[in-house]
Write a protein of this length. Structure first.
Lengths: 235, 543
């Protein structure tokens, strides 16, 4: 990666390096609409326009090493306002995907590895998961109006399968109850699966398409196993 | 009346003018400075005369009757023509010095690049040896869409046909022209790299025949870059040809800030000049692209065929010999060069546009335009004002309005349903430059409680300075009024454009309020009834 004071010889840059990328970054007119619409603009020097321009210059290493592609929240406002229809969030994901997996910031990649290996980001064993769900269901059943409430796990032929965010079986178990109460009041025929229940797919954030495919495939497999046609994926 | 039109120029624009006029059945002369004429009209009709190696020196006469002296092949020649159309080509000046560069084998102009791109085998080999080309465009001086088009087009050809990497270093890229945005996209698609500068400029270093070194801070990536292209192409400025500047002097035509042969005056667009019968089309009048030139040429042809005197000679300025002392004030001030000098001062009626500036400024009252004389206008204004049925004071307000602006703004105000003062009387004048003290005193002598002079905006006067003269006249009267203890607020001057109906109503309304506060004018003749005949005011009479 180049330091800011270093002079980069443009003649040596290969401007064609990113030309096969399908995000239209070469059409940038440097108007700055993206930068002014971006909610993360300015954080640690983040600027979507800079990112686009560096891609069109072919400065791939600098982009991959920089911290700011990871500051983007993927909200897509930039793409929405871009007069040249440049697909900036996709460009950001592409840049993230090029980073060495061990250098992916924070717990994103570690969590993803855990999910790929064990089915969820927390490495939570199946029996622990079932225990937590049943425990929370009992608490719900103690509330007036919810007498006899049970969380139906692995119910074949249910109407809806819902995935579960790992946070909800970890620190935010109270949040499980809101969904369940709605289901109960609506007399919905629902279920959750005891295997591969994880709804979070951190491959989306790290640009790891293969991991996303695995995670999505697992949910589909659970739907088939339980013969459920409708998925609720509250991520 | 001479019906021949003289066309000056040897470019496409002159050609289109000639074509149009011949089709319309006009007689034309094409005069070019070159050895040959590019126009190849098959003129067996005798309607076309071509003069090569011809330069003009002087011009006398007016529309319908110009006598032009010059040289043809270095021998004196006289050309008689009823109209003249100037459509000389512009010229391109390389901007080397703006970038601190000198032309060399690897620093060339846009025109030289155009030449290289044209297929001529030996020179094509130069392009086969280079890999990277930088274009410098509008970095110091604002560019134009015509130059931007060349820069983008050549860059595209280099990228696509010769596989040469191109960089365009630019400030504002001028894409406000037909097809330019799409051309920009094409260059982007072909791989041209644009580097846009706003606040900083690149450092450009040249050392003899070494490759030029360009270093710059890119404001978007916040990185420093260096470029050492095999070839640097410098943009050009488009300027009028020196001959076009000479022609402006020969024909006494006002020029614009860049020296093009047409002053920036909306009344003259597209192709008219301050001189009737002398038109200017295409690259002589401003920076024009090919399509603009065609439009200009057609307009010029229309202007020639459509020229006819709609006013009679009696309405034009006339010099009354007994009083003229040949002070040349009129000759000096006439914006249309309608006054000529023989042994006497003579107005050429066809060239006169009735602005009245000559008549107002003549110290001897020798030049007059009959219907614009103070007495004639005073009679036209009549008297007015007085008291309405409720016994309240209704100010009589005379508004002298420029025909091209304020009078139209008043029409608009009426159209839009604005309330205008009850005692407002509009007096339309061809130009506010026609107004003298006598006109204004005449109005006051006719019982006016207030006088408004409403003119075109500054810099927008058909007669160039007419509104400024009016402004001076009013300023002098107001000054005089303050000295003698008369309310200077009774005289108001304002500028208006023809589309300012609402503003007209507002100005008139406020002025009426002012006059109501001041009360009736002390110059009012007591006992005059609304319908009495106008009296010749002593103040308004000139001997």
């Amino acid at each position: 990666m180049t330091s800011p004071s270093e002079i980069i010889d443009m003649d040596r840059l290969d401007h064609t390096r990113c030309r096969t990328w399908p995000f239209l970054q070469d059409f940038c007119v440097t108007c700055g609409m993206c930068a002014s619409s971006c909610p993360a603009s300015g954080i640690d020097g983040f600027d979507p326009r800079m990112l686009v321009r560096m891609a069109s210059f072919g400065l791939v290493e600098d982009l991959v090493d920089a911290r700011w592609p990871w500051i983007c929240t993927m909200c897509g406002k930039c793409e929405n306002v871009c007069p040249m229809q440049i697909e900036i969030p996709d460009l950001v994901r592409n840049i993230r995907s090029r980073r060495d997996r061990e250098k992916v910031p924070g717990i994103l990649h570690k969590g993803l590895v855990a999910a790929l290996e064990t089915g969820n980001n927390l490495r939570l064993p199946k029996e622990d998961f079932i225990f937590i769900i049943e425990d929370v269901a009992e608490e719900v059943a103690e509330e007036p109006g919810f007498e006899g409430f049970k969380a139906p796990i692995d119910k074949k032929g249910a109407n809806i399968l819902t995935t579960i965010h790992n946070k909800l079986v970890n620190t935010h178990t109270e949040d499980l109850k809101h969904w369940w109460k709605i289901f109960h009041a609506a007399e919905e025929d629902w279920t959750a699966t005891s295997e591969n229940w994880e709804g979070t797919s951190w491959g989306y954030f790290t640009g790891d398409d293969d991991a996303m495919k695995v995670m999505a495939g697992r949910i589909v497999a659970q739907m088939e196993r339980l013969e459920v046609n409708t998925l609720l994926w509250p991520e | 009346m001479n019906n021949t039109t003289l066309i000056l120029g040897n470019g496409p624009c002159a050609g289109i003018v000639a074509e149009n006029l011949l089709t319309a059945g006009a007689k034309i002369i094409i005069a070019t400075r070159d050895d040959t004429c590019n126009f190849d009209g098959s003129a067996d009709t005798g309607a076309l005369q071509i003069m090569t190696q011809t330069r003009l020196i002087s011009c006398k006469g007016s529309v319908g009757n110009f006598r032009i002296h010059g040289t043809q092949k270095n021998k004196p020649v006289t050309i008689d023509a009823g109209r003249v159309i100037i459509s000389e080509e512009d010229q391109r000046m390389p901007n080397f010095s703006l970038y601190g560069l000198n032309g060399s084998s690897n620093v060339i102009t846009l025109s030289q690049m155009k030449h290289l791109l044209k297929d001529s085998s030996s020179e094509k080999t130069i392009l086969s040896e280079i890999k990277k080309v930088v274009f410098l465009s509008g970095l110091v001086k604002e560019s134009t869409p015509i130059i931007a088009k060349d820069v983008m087009l050549f860059s595209l050809l280099l990228q696509k046909d010769s596989n040469i990497k191109t960089y365009i270093l630019t400030k504002n890229l001028k894409v406000a022209g037909d097809g330019l945005e799409s051309l920009y996209r094409d260059t982007k698609n072909a791989g041209t790299i644009y580097i846009k500068f706003t606040d900083v400029a690149p450092d450009i270093h040249q050392n003899d025949e070494d490759p030029v070194r360009i270093e710059f801070f890119d404001e978007i990536t916040s990185k420093n870059f260096r470029l050492t292209p095999d070839m640097t192409v410098v943009d050009e400025s488009i300027v009028p040809s020196e001959y076009a500047s000479d022609l402006a002097k020969i024909f006494d035509i006002e020029i614009d800030l860049s020296g093009f042969v047409q002053a920036d005056n909306v009344h003259r667009y597209p192709v008219l000049t301050n001189r009737k019968g002398i038109m200017v089309a295409g690259p002589s009048r401003s920076i024009r692209d090919v399509d603009d030139q065609r439009i200009d040429a057609e307009n010029a042809a229309l202007a020639v065929t459509g020229l006819s005197g709609e006013e009679t000679k009696a309405q034009k300025a006339q010099v009354h010999d007994g009083q003229c002392i040949r002070c040349l004030t009129c000759y000096r001030l006439c914006p249309y060069h309608a006054i000529t000098l023989n042994s006497r001062v003579v107005v050429m009626p066809d060239a006169c546009e009735r602005c009245g500036i000559c008549a107002t400024h003549c110290p001897r009252h020798a030049v007059r335009i009959a219907d614009l004389e103070p007495e004639a206008m005073s009679a036209l204004i009549g008297t007015g004002g007085g008291i309405d049925k409720q016994q309240t004071f209704v100010p009589f307000i005379v508004a002298f309005c420029c025909r091209r602006s304020a009078a139209r703004a008043r029409d608009l105000a009426v159209c839009m349903g604005y309330h205008l003062p009850q005692g407002l009387r509009i007096v339309e004048v061809p130009c506010s430059g026609a107004l003298s003290y006598d006109h204004i005193f005449g109005a006051l002598g006719n019982n006016a409680d207030g006088v408004m002079v409403l003119t075109c905006h500054k810099g927008n006067c058909h007669s160039e300075q007419g509104n400024i003269y009016a402004d001076q006249t009013v300023a002098q009267i107001r000054e005089m009024f303050s000295r003698i203890g008369f309310e200077k607020e009774r005289i108001l001057i304002q500028t208006l454009a023809s589309n300012m109906g609402a503003e007209f109503a507002r100005i008139a309304g406020r002025f009426e309020e002012t006059i109501k506060e001041l009360g009736p004018s002390r110059l009012k003749k007591i006992g005059l009834s609304e319908n009495s005949t106008p009296t010749k005011s002593k103040i308004g009479k000139r001997k």
